[in-house]
Design a protein. Structure first.
Length: 88
C-alpha cells in the first residue's frame, strides 16, 4: 500500500493517532495488507515507542474498527503465545 492510499484509509477511521501510528507500523512490518505478524505487545511497544498497555488498547481498537484481526495462539501444552495479527 502506498503512502497516499494509507493516508486515505486512516483519515476515514475514527481512531486515535496512536492507533493510526501502530497500524502504519504493522503494515510496514507485514509488507502490506496481505501479510500477517506474530509480535508481542512488549516488542511492539519498544519498537513503536508506546507503553505495552497503549499497544494492547490500540490493537483492540484496530480490531473493533475492522482493520485487523487478532487470533490467539497456544502451544500444545496450552501455554499462551503471541497473537497473530492479520489485516482485514
Amino acid at each position: 500500500m502506498n503512502d497516499l492510499a494509507r493516508y486515505r484509509l486512516l483519515t476515514g477511521a475514527s481512531i486515535p493517532p496512536a492507533a493510526k501510528l501502530l497500524y502504519s507500523y504493522l503494515l510496514d512490518r507485514a509488507g502490506g495488507r496481505n501479510g500477517a505478524l506474530l509480535l508481542s505487545s512488549r516488542r511492539l511497544a519498544s519498537e513503536v515507542g508506546l507503553s505495552t498497555s497503549a499497544v494492547r488498547r490500540n490493537l483492540h481498537r484496530l480490531q473493533q474498527n475492522g482493520l485487523i484481526r487478532l487470533t490467539p495462539r497456544y502451544s500444545e501444552e496450552g501455554i499462551r503465545l503471541t497473537n497473530q495479527i492479520t489485516f482485514v
